[in-house]
Design a protein around this ligand. Structure first.
Ligand code: G6P
Length: 614
């Protein structure tokens, strides 16, 4: 949700900033801009509606010299996505330029006060209010920039990660954060800024993750100085990021999404590495060892998450309830945070988030913490805000996910939830050894089975071509595969803009069946499990109304295949692990349908990868 990049050093800043923006474009892509202090000391802002490539075209032939700059790729919150509202925003005098990720909630009242004081605004953004406020405080009270920034931020309500250039201080960037991520990269005599480490790792692996309420003053020839809003100097820890360039590039695939779908077997191997001991058929999660009593004594578990992570949570609930016999509730973080939940120190909250930055999930954690709950995080982004706000947790270790539609993070989350359920059940004694070993062994074989399934890509592409005409899709599943149906529908919606709904199959007759006719494709996950016969009946009900069935079936199935228009076979596995396989063809189906429709799968309209606003 908006990407921020900054550079200060000896290199020409512009190419570093453009490359950084491209790495962050998954965070937003409705407009982009850059501010540079050029060789002759001008503070130049170039910005335009559209993607980073549009910015490059716009800035072509302009003066892009200079060794200091900040840049931004936007996901609009306040103000329509156009060139005027794009960042950076100049202050009234043109001396300051500011970029911002987040929302200034009290911008309207601040703007009113500034307008009364004679400040004129060019854009309709909350961000311009911030830069004007800083300059107004600076000039009216004759303050240095850092003091003006501190005072301005004390008056601001909302979320921000900001970076500011000052024409009169051409060797300095001031950056600050509250509730929106910001990373400072420390190179050899040069500094970088990023919303995450991806624009930085090409140059250095040494970073400082800013905390809420911190301001970083970055100057050539000096160490990074960090102060809080009261000007107290703070110690900071320089961390080493374990991120390789290859992980954030496409590696020969046409899109990040397809690469990430194909990465899944390796990602899950990484996720399980060191946690599943294949010889002893055992799962070891360090968080369970360290907090065993706290977790085992949970009166209940509440899982909070958003989007795809919420779907993974629904699978986790079934796993934990089935084998640990601990009651689990799954909540949308956005609802939970405003629901006055009955929760106390007997409860454990599991927060699941790929980015580790989702504002609603973070707020849900803070609320649960205030009420005494113990917080377990399941995140992908190492060092992210959610990972740091939790009491303990497990990373999913699937590497950076760049495609906006989540794929490998979902299967990584389900894998961690499975390991968590297994480790808890073992510690609690709620699972017998044979079942435990069977699930552990089978989980370990999932990456190989996924690899087999990925060979179906061409077939799924051919099936997708048949259904590109559709305006609506229904996805049905039961039990462990019901959340898979939800996730399949979400993937299709997100990237092809076809309306799709996921339903528990038996609920079809309470409404969705009214939609079924010869135009309506229905994806049914109908594998060989306890509810197979029930699903057969559902398929018959669809066929009786001339609906077109795409069935996900178990290897060797004959009965569903005979009824379905198209089918995709899954390698056999345990019912509780089927989501890890059944999800793959649905990801591929969504991908190919979107490609057939000519859509931009990596950057679908209106969506952002990391939702750092409410
Ligand atoms: C956005 C993304 C989704 C993601 C959701 C939750 O909507 O586009 O792919 O599932 O946020 O994000 P999180 O990072 O918390 O898992």
């Amino acid at each position: 949700m908006c990407g921020i990049v900054g550079y200060l050093g000896q290199r020409n800043a512009y190419p570093v900033l453009i490359k950084g923006l491209k790495r962050l474009e998954y965070r937003g892509y409705d407009s982009a801009g850059v501010a540079l202090i050029t060789q002759d000391g001008d503070l130049q802002v170039y910005k335009t509606k559209g993607k980073v490539s549009d910015l490059e075209a716009y800035a072509d032939e302009k003066d892009t010299s200079g060794c200091i700059g900040i840049a931004h790729t936007r996901w609009a919150t306040h103000g329509e996505p156009n060139s005027t509202n794009a960042h950076p925003h100049y202050s009234a005098s043109g001396n300051l330029a500011l970029i911002h990720n987040g929302i200034i909630e009290n911008y309207a009242s601040l703007k009113h006060q500034l307008t009364e004081a004679g400040v004129e605004f060019k854009s309709t953004t909350d961000t311009e209010v911030l830069v004007q406020l800083i300059e107004y405080i600076q000039t009216s009270q004759h303050l240095d920039l850092l003091t003006a920034v501190r005072i301005a931020l004390q008056r601001v309500i909302g979320a921000y990660a900001i970076a500011i250039l000052d024409r009169s201080n051409p060797n300095q960037i001031i950056a600050a954060r509250k509730s929106s991520p910001l990373v400072v990269g420390i190179g050899d005599g040069e500094f970088f800024l990023g919303s995450d480490a991806s624009p930085i790792i090409e140059y250095t692996d040494k970073v400082i993750y800013l905390n809420d309420g911190e301001i970083a003053v970055i100057r050539t020839g000096h160490d990074v100085e960090i102060v809080d809003l009261n000007n107290t100097h703070l110690e900071h820890e320089v961390k080493t990021v374990d991120l390789k360039l290859g992980q954030i590039e496409k590696g020969g695939f046409p899109h990040f999404m397809l690469k990430e779908i194909f990465d899944q077997p390796d990602c899950l191997r990484d996720c399980m590495r060191g946690r599943i001991n294949t010889e002893a058929n055992n799962v070891v999660l360090s968080a369970i060892i360290d907090y065993k009593e706290r977790l085992l004594n949970a009166r209940r578990i509440i899982i909070v998450a958003c989007g795809t992570s919420w779907h993974a949570s629904l699978i986790g609930k079934q796993l934990i309830e089935n084998i640990c016999r601990i009651p689990v509730e799954v909540e949308y973080a956005s609802e939970f945070r405003y629901s006055n939940p009955v929760i106390d120190s007997h409860d454990v909250v599991i927060a699941i988030s790929q980015s580790g930055e989702t504002a609603d999930t973070l707020a849900a954690i803070h609320l649960a913490k205030e009420r005494g709950a113990f917080i377990y995080g399941i995140c992908n982004a190492v060092g992210s805000s959610i990972a740091r706000a939790t009491d303990t947790g497990s990373y999913i270790h699937v590497g950076p996910e760049i495609g906006v539609a989540s794929t490998k993070a979902f299967t990584g989350q389900v894998t961690v939830l499975t390991m968590l359920a297994l480790a808890l059940a073992k510690a609690k004694g709620s699972i017998n050894q044979a079942d435990y070993e069977q699930i552990v062994g089978e989980l370990n074989s999932i990456p190989d089975k996924m690899q087999l399934l990925l060979k179906e890509n061409d077939r799924i592409r051919d099936i997708s071509r048949i259904f590109t005409y559709a305006h609506n899709f229904l996805y049905l599943g039961r039990g462990y595969n019901y959340p898979v149906a939800l996730e399949g529908a979400l993937k299709l919606k997100e990237i092809s803009y076809i309306h799709a709904e996921g339903y528990p199959a038996a609920e079809m007759k309470h409404g969705p069946i009214a939609l079924i006719d010869e135009e309506m494709p229905v994806v049914v996950i109908a594998t060989h499990n306890a509810l197979y016969d029930k699903l057969m009946s559902n398929i018959q009900e669809i066929k009786a109304r001339k609906g077109r069935v795409i069935a996900i079936v178990s290897q060797g199935d004959t009965r569903v295949k005979a009824l379905a228009d198209e089918f995709i076979e899954l390698p056999t596995t345990l019912e509780c692990l089927e989501p890890l396989l059944a999800t793959i063809p649905l990801q591929m189906l969504a991908y190919h349908i979107a490609i057939c429709k000519g859509k931009n799968v990596d950057q679908p309209r209106n969506l952002a990868k990391s939702v750092t606003v409410e």
